[in-house]
Every structure is written in C-alpha cells, then in structure tokens.
Ligand binder design. Structure first.
Ligand SMILES: Nc1ncnc2c1ncn2[C@@H]1O[C@H](COP(=O)(O)OP(=O)(O)O)[C@@H](O)[C@H]1O
Ligand SMILES: [Mg+2]
Length: 266
C-alpha cells in the first residue's frame, strides 16, 4: 500500500447522550483510520457502541467532541443539510432488515437513491441494470420484495447501497436476519463487490462467523476500541492479499473463553 490518506479518519471522537439528566458516555475517545478499499469489521457486544460509531462515520450522527473525516471531507463540521447531501452521494447503506419499500419492484427500490441525484432517466436505467446484474438479480427486476427470498431481498439492499457508486459502504448487522448459509452468500457477494468495484466496506456484526470474513477486525467494548486485528489470510482485496479463513475469529473466540465476561476496560 502507498501512503495514501485513509478514506476514514475518526479523530479522538467521543459521543455522549443524556438520559434525563444523566450523561451516558457511549463512545470514549475513539481514534481510527480505515484504508481505502479495505474490508473492515466492527464486532462487540450489544450496547457497546457499534451502531453509534458507524453512524458517526456514515454521517448519520455527529460526535460530541473530535473530528470525522471521510474521503477528504470533514463531515463533523457540516450542517445537517450539508450532511444529508453528502450522505446521498458518498455513502451506501445496507440494513439488517433490508428496508426495502414493499410496493416498489426490485428495480424501483434500487433506483430510489438515484432519484435524489440530478440524473437522466437513461443513465439511471444504466446504473440500476448494471448493479442488479452484478448482484445476480437481472432476472428479478419486476419482483416486489414480498416475492423475493430473504437472501434476494438483501441483494436488492446491497444493489441499492451501491447504485450511486459511493466511496464508502456501511452495513449494520446485514446478515442479522438471515440463516448462516444465506449470511455466507451475502458475505461472498460483499466480498466480490469489494474486489470488483474496489469499495471500502465497514461491516458491523456481533457474529463471529461473519467477522471471520473481513480483512481487518476491530473490537469495541464499552465505547472503546480494544482490539485491532489484521487477518493476513482473510481478505479478498488485491491490494491486501488473497483468500479468507477464520483465524481472526478463532482468536477472538479463544479470547472470549479466557476472559471473564464482566471484565471492565481499564
Ligand atoms: N439516541 C440515544 N440516546 C441515548 N442513548 C443512546 C442513544 N443511542 C444509543 N444509545 C446508547 O448507547 C449505547 C450504545 O448503543 P449502540 O451504539 O446502538 O450499541 P450497539 O450497536 O453496539 O448495540 C447503548 O447503551 C444505547 O442505549
Ligand atoms: Mg447496533
């Protein structure tokens, strides 16, 4: 890799919420850089701050203190409306429950984000067709979500996330609602898209089998990054190597076994 600037910089960010008058520290000074084109997983127990951190990076929320810079834009300094516009162009979102519109066809669901951009009908059609072919749904254009399997619905979700050609793709528990075979299929697809389209993917999960598929695995606990594992064997990106195995997840599993579950962070 060159010394290209990271696509994501989370610069000593904290995030606090108020529950009544009580201040809840959800993120405690998180510092993180993500290289362009990498496939990064974020794993941690429920309530550890995964979604909060993802939302800061995807411009859905702002840090209490610290800076977030994505693709050269300091998004933590943008106003709400600037941020909304930035998100539409720069980030693709894949959701746990697919979030497809039931009355729209696969084609129309994927076209939706493009309607927010100033783009001709013809170009929209080109991009929607390209990405639906790429995710293997070129023959399901006119199907509504209810006529598709869970795995197919998530492929529509992924196509919708990628149709704007975003710099960054974020996925919050994208396999959380799928069985393990379907989950592996979705991960195969994400990995393939990462290679073919050279996307940077940030994937949040609490599932070790899912985490095993990423190249770099971050672990968060109580609002702090406590582990950052490069998985030399687990990657799909040509810049980073080849093949994937589950050694990082195995290491994590071993750590989970030796650590008492209520161990507090220092
Ligand atoms: N808008 C909010 N207001 C108050 N507390 C919140 C809010 N969003 C998240 N939290 C709290 O922050 C903590 C981390 O939440 P979250 O980032 O969703 O965790 P995870 O995705 O790891 O399960 C939780 O204790 C949650 O209750
Ligand atoms: Mg979450």
């Amino acid at each position: 890799m060159s010394n290209a600037p990271p696509i994501v910089l989370v610069d000593r960010c904290t995030k606090h919420y108020f529950r009544g008058s009580e201040r809840v520290e959800v993120l405690k000074s998180v510092h993180l850089e993500i290289a362009r084109g990498d496939f990064v997983g974020l794993i941690g127990p429920s309530g550890s701050g995964k979604t909060t951190l993802l939302n800061l990076i995807a411009g859905l929320d702002q840090p209490t203190t610290g800076r977030v810079v994505v693709n050269g834009v300091e998004i933590s300094a943008l106003t709400e409306s600037q941020l909304a516009l930035w998100r539409t162009n720069a980030v693709g979102f894949v959701f746990q429950f697919f979030n497809l519109i039931p009355v729209l066809t696969a084609y129309e669901n994927v076209e939706l984000p493009l309607l927010l951009l100033n783009m001709s009908r013809r170009r929209r059609r080109e991009q929607v067709m390209n990405i639906l072919e790429l995710v293997g749904l070129g023959h399901r254009l006119d199907h509504r979500p209810g006529q598709l399997s869970g795995g197919e619905q998530q492929r529509v979700g992924i196509a919708r996330a990628l149709v704007t050609d975003p710099a960054l793709v974020v996925a919050d528990e994208p396999t959380g609602d799928l069985d393990s075979r379907k989950s592996q299929e979705i991960l195969d697809l994400l990995q393939e898209l990462q290679v073919r389209l050279q996307k940077t993917i940030l994937l949040v999960t609490h599932d070790l089998a899912v985490a095993a598929r990423v190249r770099r695995l971050l672990r968060i606990q109580d609002g702090q990054l406590i582990d950052d594992t490069e998985n030399p064997e687990s990657t799909s990106h040509p810049l980073f190597g080849s093949r994937n195995v589950s050694s990082a997840a195995r290491r994590l599993e071993e750590q989970e076994r030796v650590k008492p579950s209520n161990a507090a962070g220092a």
